[in-house]
Design a protein around this ligand. Sequence first.
Ligand SMILES: [Zn+2]
Length: 173
Amino acid sequence: MKTKAKVFEKRRCIRCGAKAVMPRTSAGRTTSYRTMPCMPIPDDLLIPSCGRCQSEYLDEEKSAALGPQLQEVYLACLRTRIRIAIDILSRHVSQRKLERMMGMSQGYFSRLRAGSGNPSPELVSHLGLLCQDPPTRLVELERFWALPDEEWAPLPTEQTRYRNRKDTSGSAR
Ligand SMILES: [Zn+2]
């Protein structure tokens, strides 16, 4: 019988030429993942990287292997973001009213606030935007739902002054 110890052969770095690329842990790394251009990577996650120039080799194969772990990190980011958003918005509107305005079932925000369940990135995006200026955004949202289907769109702020005179002046009524 043989037990095959997995020995990592260091690969050569195509950036600096050092033969120092092997799976390494590190602090402060980020990666682009779904909606997040700079999602933090857990310090203890092994990613092939160069010991000399720190270049990372997160190729497709490796990314796929890390997929479930990165997904977990992503879901944790969403839960944190929604908790903060609900706290901010709760100072301006009741959770019940907010749930109604956003078509959510009663108590959904309390459950999310408590960290149970995973919010969708769409919902996190939406609440995140409302948080940028809660008093204004909440009134806008209320108004949006109150207006007729065809008439809710805001007027362009910068209207073009150009008018085709020929078209309007010469036309018969
Ligand atoms: Zn290198």
